[in-house]
Design a protein around this ligand. Sequence first.
Ligand SMILES: [Zn+2]
Ligand SMILES: [Zn+2]
Length: 214
Amino acid sequence: MVLNARLDHRDPLVFDTHELGRRPGALQRLTRTVDAPRDFGIQGVIGVPEGAPVELDLRLESVMEGVLVTGTARAKAEGECVRCLEPLEHQLEADFQELFSYPDADDRGRPVAEPGDDAEDDEDRLFVEDGLIGLEPVLRDAVVLALPMQPVCQDDCQGLCSECGVRLSDDPDHHHDAVDIRWAALQGLAGSLGDGEKDEMSGAEAGVDEKQEK
Ligand SMILES: [Zn+2]
Ligand SMILES: [Zn+2]
């Protein structure tokens, strides 16, 4: 694994620690607005659209074994309600903290031949590479953790009507049984009115006939 080939100082999610230096206790605060990378969120559920602004507040701290990064990412995520499928927006605020180790020392300060060589512990470890740190994997994990797994448009979203698919929050009194009963009652009423009209009609006709006879 060639770690050094991965980071590019032109990448907006790569930070240079040369200015911070390696003296333990040195601090640097940074703010940067970056474009969201592709697939930034929970795929198919909710995420920050690619290219949307992500505001970063960062604090870099030089410690014995590397650089400790503490930060907050803010962005607007978009998704859809899992109950009613309406589009929704979510103001994302993700906090994170991560240690980037110097590749020439493990966490006890002992020299290490190559970062990510063979030890399984190293799989999740991140390294300062040529003085650069790549924040993307840290940010990705933090954003996924901060997003709702089951986003809803509102806490009490009632979802969709199982019979006709109408969004129940738009029509809270929506009820199919009640409509059926009313309809049946109207049909019965219409039937009895029809009979009465026929009787009156025949009576009127009879009256007209009588007048014509005079
Ligand atoms: Zn909903
Ligand atoms: Zn319905």
